[in-house]
Design a protein around this ligand. Structure first.
Ligand code: BGC
Length: 818
């Protein structure tokens, strides 16, 4: 057989053993090869903000805005262009499949992976996801949409049973997946870790064979989430083709035995193996020589697009005018001599959330440096103070104080005791946070033993007692000038690395500013359950003064303060939900005290999901920046200084309190079960139906220009024409939103007062107007009928609310459906 043969031609030449071998990964990121028939391995990669490649410490990747930021653009065309960037990045990492996008809904604002998901609304999520996938797949790679379905919490994440009624599933949680299959032709689907109404998602015949393949006609590949496959017989019968990662736990010999016993048919094995080959064929992997090298791309155009996308997703929540009628933002330099840039996320912006979505960015533009670059050339002084810290553990070792960092890997942890042992592999690294998902030396053992020594020089910028911290999977020691400063060998397992690592151990060392110290961290890695390894190295400078007082003093001396607050991946990450909405640490206090002494205070929130803002009324301007990707500082400065019109709109409701949120009473569940008892009343559907006031409504967002809707006409029940006008002397952007309401609802008490049914984003020229035509969701007048298990038309009077958020309605159009 020659390379390039079709899947159909190949499948029956494979022995059953070979077919079975294709049904599980061989390692974390590759499928099996069959050399006899020149079938190469295929590489998959995370997802969704970049393509990381096979190593957390491998070549850097472009990091685009997080998914909530992308959804906040309300701009499918822009997101499609971001999808192209991600496709090129996937290819640069020699991969054929990007494990993205994540389209689970924000059922609760504290979901740990919300930053990875797009919105609380299924329609907005669908539009953004379809665009993302189209862009990505048009570069010749596959999108693997995830996590199918009901994977909306990190609580008991590997086993929680999401109990979701049929109508809620159909009208909400399944919708983005359905659109991805039917409209974007998504090529792969990843099952969730969770159970869905009983069985694990990867075992769910009703979801996989029934809905996905049966009803929607999906003919691509279904893979399990990593270690999320739990059966040999049920998962294959349900339609889960590929077990990830490898080596297999449930397939291989176990599957051959099941075939031998007649519990699995040869036809089932053949069908799943054919799906693997078909995906490989569709992305050109089958005819290739196998996964290529992993490279970092230098791509100025792509970086420019990331900068634009980051800026376009930022949402101006509040922007009060002073007595002269001048709005707080955009910033002008008139009369400004001194600016205080404050807050824990100012000097070190958070560009992405944590967990498997993490990539090493090619570079990061932090907020402080970008603001300084704008102001200093004009003679404006910029002062900076952090105000407070928000790290749960010590902040990551600041690489700007380090020399080149190398890592030596040894085949045996005991080699670290030998001064003359030669490392098996040496590489340079650009991060003090490392994860190894397989053998870092590249041996075939999936659960290997190895030693690692990370070495650098550390030149403190402050004298005094520095704090160092290490959290790691395996025992680790930190040495300064060859003296052991800390050793975590005695620390119990369970506090880090998805629960497989040791919580942080800290110690201090007295260091002198300007002197270079030799810094080493040694890791003795023995076998672990999942084969996962890793280390986080933290370091914090001694702080002589009082962070809060220093920040307040800086604000008092400034004409203007920019306070950049938020979270980081200690708070927003795969692995855990947040416990509360509050900004971590003393950030609320920081904002209050700064605003007291500096009336012109702009608050920038750098987080992936809503936070509480008890101070919202006491500051004149609030900008939600999300996790905006690696160009963060420039994206932010573009919006603050008015080079880019604020045009993001909230893809999620910002509640006043966690107690006000729809799933509050039922989240996270108990006894292994998450009952979705708020049913269809998720997000604004809840606030609008039960009459609860949000802090900022879904769809809300201000511009600098004054754009408004002047009229709207129905061309037919699925097409609305809208006129917008801009009364200001600067060009503006309108984001028109159409919500559908039905009188008498669909007869059920969880039918929402209104549902997003169409939207459009458009430029409106300065002192000009424009008209747009918006096509509505074809399901605008439908509901899922639990008796016939099909969509039904809802007769009666419907109202289309044309507005600029779920709460700001400009025009109402009435539709009578028979
Ligand atoms: C995540 C997936 C991810 C996979 C591979 C899992 O922990 O849930 O989203 O694609 O790991 O890293």
């Amino acid at each position: 057989m020659t390379a390039g043969a079709s899947p159909e031609a190949l499948i029956d030449q494979l022995t059953i053993d070979e077919q079975v071998s294709l049904l599980a990964g061989v390692d974390f990121w590759h499928t099996a090869s069959v050399d006899r028939l020149r079938i190469p391995a295929m590489r998959v990669s995370d997802g969704p903000v970049g393509a990381r490649g096979t190593r957390y410490d491998g070549p850097a990747s472009l990091a685009v805005p997080c998914s909530t930021a992308l959804a906040a653009t309300w701009d499918p065309d822009l997101v499609e262009r971001v999808g192209h960037v991600l496709g090129r990045e996937t290819l640069a990492k020699g991969a054929s499949v990007l494990l993205a996008p994540t389209v689970n809904l924000h059922r609760t604002p504290v979901g740990g992976r919300n930053f990875e998901c797009m919105s609380e609304d299924p329609y907005l999520t669908s539009r953004i996801a379809v665009a993302y996938i189209r862009g990505l797949q048009s570069e010749g790679v596959a999108s693997c949409i995830k996590h199918f379905v009901g994977n909306d919490t990190e609580f008991e994440r590997m086993s929680i049973d999401s109990q979701i009624d049929e109508r809620t599933l159909r009208e909400l949680y399944l919708v983005p997946f359905e659109a991805a299959v039917k409209e974007a032709g998504v090529l792969a689907v990843m099952t969730g870790y969770n159970r869905i109404n009983g069985p694990f998602a990867a075992d769910s015949e009703p979801m996989l064979r029934g809905v996905l393949r049966g009803e929607w006609g999906f003919d691509g590949l279904v893979m399990s989430d990593w270690f999320g496959l739990h059966s040999t017989v049920e998962a294959l019968a349900a339609g889960a083709d590929l077990e990830m990662p490898g080596p297999t736990r449930f397939r291989g010999q176990a599957l051959l035995d099941a075939v031998g016993r007649g519990d699995v048919t040869a036809e089932q094995v053949r069908g799943a193996a054919l799906n693997v080959l078909t995906l490989m064929d569709r992305v050109g992997a089958l005819a290739s020589e196998g996964p290529g090298p992993e490279l970092t791309r230098d791509a100025p155009d792509d970086r420019a697009l990331i900068r634009l996308a980051g800026a376009s997703g930022m949402v101006l929540l509040r922007n009060v005018s002073d007595e002269s009628g001048t709005k707080t933002l955009p910033l002008t330099r008139d009369g400004v001599r001194r600016v205080a840039v404050l807050g824990p996320n100012a000097a070190l912006g958070q560009i992405m959330g944590g967990g498997s979505a993490h990539v090493t960015p090619t570079h990061v533009v932090h907020p402080l440096e970008a603001i300084v670059e704008r102001l200093r050339p004009h003679g404006v002084e910029v002062a900076h103070a952090v105000g407070c810290t928000i790290n749960r553990s010590l902040p990551q070792l600041d690489l700007r104080l380090c020399g080149p960092m190398t890592i030596d890997y040894f085949g045996d942890p005991d080699d670290l005791e030998q001064d003359d042992a030669d490392p098996a592999l040496t590489s340079t690294i650009g991060t003090a946070r490392l994860k190894w998902v397989a053998d870092p030396i590249g041996r075939s053992d999936a659960n290997p033993e190895y030693g690692a020594r990370i070495s650098t020089t550390f030149t403190p910028d402050v004298s005094g007692a520095w704090s160092f911290g290490v959290e790691s999977v395996a025992p680790a020691r930190l040495l300064v000038d060859n003296d052991v400063v800390l050793d975590n060998a005695e620390m119990a397992i369970g506090g880090s690395f998805f629960g497989t690592g040791r919580a942080e151990v800290t110690a201090t060392a007295a260091l002198e500013a300007g002197r270079s110290y030799k810094l080493d961290v040694e890791i003795r890695h023995r076998r672990t359950g999942m084969g996962l390894g890793g280390v986080n190295i933290g370091a914090e400078a001694p702080y002589a003064g009082d962070r809060m007082i220093d920040a307040v003093d800086a604000a008092a001396a400034a004409d203007l303060s920019i306070v950049i607050v938020g979270t980081n991946d200690d708070w927003e990450s795969e692995g855990w939900d947040r416990a509360e909405l509050d900004l971590p640490g003393r950030q609320d206090e920081l904002i209050r005290r700064v605003a007291e002494v500096c009336p012109r205070t702009v608050v920038v929130i750098n987080a992936g999901a809503p936070v509480a803002m008890p101070w919202a009324e006491s500051v004149p301007a609030v900008l939600m920046a999300w996790f905006p990707g690696q160009e963060m500082g420039d994206s932010l400065a573009d919006v603050l200084f008015g080079d880019v019109e604020p045009q993001g709109r909230l893809p999620v409701t910002f509640p006043r309190r966690l107690e006000d949120t729809p799933a509050f009473e039922h989240h996270p569940g108990r006894n292994g079960v998450a009952p979705y008892l708020e049913r269809r009343l998720v997000g604004y559907r809840w606030y609008d139906t039960v009459g609860r006031e949000p802090l900022f409504a879904f769809g809300h967002g201000l511009g600098y220009a004054d754009v408004s809707i002047t009229s709207a006409r129905m061309l037919d029940p699925f097409t609305v024409e809208v006129d917008l006008t801009n009364t200001s002397p600067r060009a503006g952007v309108g984001v028109v939103q159409i919500y559908a309401h039905r009188d008498g609802h669909d007869g059920a008490d969880d039918d929402a007062d209104q549902r997003l049914s169409g939207f459009a984003k458009l430029d409106v020229p300065a002192e000009g107007s424009t008209t747009t035509v918006i096509a509505l969701d074809p399901r605008t007048y439908q509901a899922w009928d639990v008796n016939t298990h099909a969509w039904m038309e809802v007769p009666g009077v419907h109202e289309l609310r044309v507005g600029t958020s779920s709460r700001e309605v400009a025009e109402r159009l009435v539709v009578q459906m028979r």
